[in-house]
Design a binder for this molecule. Structure first.
Ligand code: CDP
Length: 217
């Protein structure tokens, strides 16, 4: 049976942590689509390509060969996972992700992967665009303060120096751009189940989703 799971939600809602655990439980390939937009941003910044330079952006994306190995993103044979999570990338990614041509190329790639494999994907437009027909859709949410707290702890634990207020600021700005852009903005698909994880542990969220899926399988 072809099963696919879509998880959407704002920055720092816990999507990737939850998706990784569920991918093991249901034996699905985990595709972190945010990593793909982050990789485009990384290479665009490295090559001084601005979000309004559509021609150069398209050329750049065509030169990137992206694949996921053990939940890490490999671009042109180099593991870029540690670089793409840095605050500098977080600060810029929503501007590149709002470009329709960037979205078209990445959505295309994501759809191709989902045709070939059983996947769990997380992002902003998975239940609404990429996996529109997915049998299981979830929308993870939490208060901006809780999300900023989690992201702050995550980065500090990785040895990356950050200020809580900067993280909160970035999350609020990113949420605004992601929900207000013209192409594929973030919103809850009408058939997605919303889970507010503000007062739930990771285990509680995983259990909730696990039981919902199992009861329908
Ligand atoms: O992990 P975090 O919640 O910080 O965000 P992410 O999933 O890594 O996504 C980074 C950014 O990529 C988002 O803020 C969006 O601007 C963009 N994105 C998107 O537009 N569409 C997706 N399907 C996934 C990410």
């Amino acid at each position: 049976m072809k099963i696919s799971i879509a998880i959407d939600g704002p920055a720092g809602a816990g999507k990737s942590t939850i998706a990784k655990i569920l991918s093991d439980k249901f034996n699905l390939m985990y595709i972190n689509t945010g990593f793909m937009y982050r990789a485009v941003t990384l290479f665009a910044l490295k090559n001084n390509v601005q979000p309004n330079d559509i021609e150069s952006l398209c050329k750049l994306i065509n030169s990137l060969d992206m694949k996921f190995i053990n939940n890490r993103l490999i671009v042109n044979d180099v593991d870029v996972t540690n670089e793409i999570i840095l605050p500098e990338i977080s600060k810029n990614v929503s501007n590149y992700a709002a470009v329709p041509e960037v979205r078209e190329k990445l959505v295309d790639l994501q759809k191709k992967i989902s045709k070939k494999y059983n996947v769990i994907m997380d992002g902003r437009d998975i239940g609404t665009v990429v996996l529109k027909d997915a049998p299981f859709k979830f929308y993870l949410n939490a208060s901006p303060e809780e999300r900023a707290k989690r992201r702050f702890n995550e980065l500090i634990n990785k040895g990356i120096k950050v200020e809580y207020n900067n993280i909160l600021d970035d999350i609020i700005k990113r949420d605004y751009i992601d929900t207000h852009r013209k192409t594929n903005p973030l919103y809850k698909a009408s058939d997605a189940i919303e889970i507010d994880s503000s007062n739930l542990t990771i285990e509680q969220v995983v259990n909730k989703i696990y039981h919902i899926i199992n009861s329908k399988l």
